[in-house]
Write a protein that binds this ligand. Structure first.
Ligand code: ADE
Length: 263
């Protein structure tokens, strides 16, 4: 099984033209993660007509902040069960539709993640992902194995990372909150510091459309710690949402008036 290599895929969304950033799309999987930020940025839920098809539960909150046009999108509630539509499938559809209708200059995928304390993660840390990879796409056939892992480098943002003193780490994505022994083996091969459920899917779509992507993930649980993941995740969810609603505006302030190459 292939792990992370310095693959020839390059970084997500490094555009050749250097326009000043004006439209930012913030993709968030859970409503509870998004609402504190919607309030901080004083965004409003869009009126009719929706940019999204009527059939979907996706929501969009928009406004201006620091001279930027900012849109927060969430995949909304599952029609059958009423819970947030987390995971890779809803977020990749949402990201696709949002790129096509809103033409963002930059995507921020904000959310929560499990962190590995052995790699320096602590509860409440906000990490920026340097690489994206998958750990639940096991295809042990030559080349398809590497496709399954799907490693992508993040858009380079060295000045932003330094200015905001952000912690950096590789991220591994899968559709489960827990971790099977098979997942663990691949996450370790992916050299991940953080583990989430959407990042690599957003990166895949951003890469298709050459849109730069910053993934900001607040740590809710320590994957290699002693507490049960679900208990720790639920306990720290609001702390993480608060950390994100403090960090995203700082990132928006920093990117305002700049080009991607300045970040
Ligand atoms: N989001 C928050 N904690 C997580 C975990 N342990 N795994 C995947 N996604 C998460």
């Amino acid at each position: 099984m292939a792990g992370v290599e310095e693959v020839g895929t390059g970084a997500v969304g490094v555009p050749s033209s250097g326009n000043t950033i004006s439209t930012v799309l913030v993709v968030i999987a859970m409503q509870a993660e998004a609402m504190p930020l919607v309030q901080t940025l004083q965004l409003t839920e869009e009126d009719e007509p929706s940019v999204f098809p009527k059939a979907v539960p996706w929501k969009k909150y928009s406004g201006t902040h620091e001279g930027l046009s900012v849109h927060i999108v969430v995949p909304g509630k599952d029609f059958h069960l009423g819970v947030d539509s987390v995971g890779t499938v809803p977020v990749s559809m949402l990201t696709y539709a949002s790129i096509v209708s809103l033409h963002p200059d930059l995507i921020i995928n904000a959310g929560t993640a499990g962190g590995f304390q052995s790699k320096g993660a602590a509860i409440g840390d906000v990490f920026v992902a340097t690489h994206f990879a998958n750990h639940d796409r096991r295809i042990p056939v030559p080349v398809f194995d590497e496709y399954g892992i799907g490693t992508l480098g993040a858009t380079p943002i060295p000045n932003l990372v330094k200015a905001l003193a952000l912690k950096e780490g590789k991220m591994s994505t899968g559709n489960s909150l827990d971790m099977t022994p098979e997942d663990e083996e691949i996450i370790k091969a992916n050299d991940a510091t953080i583990k989430d459920m959407e990042g690599a899917a957003v990166a895949y779509v951003a890469d298709l459309f050459t849109v730069p992507l910053i993934a900001l993930k607040a740590v809710t649980d320590i994957v290699d710690g002693s507490k049960p993941t679900v208990e720790e995740f639920l306990e720290n969810m609001s702390t993480a949402a608060a950390a994100l609603s403090a960090m995203v505006p700082r990132v928006l302030k920093y990117v305002s008036g700049k080009k991607i190459a300045d970040l």
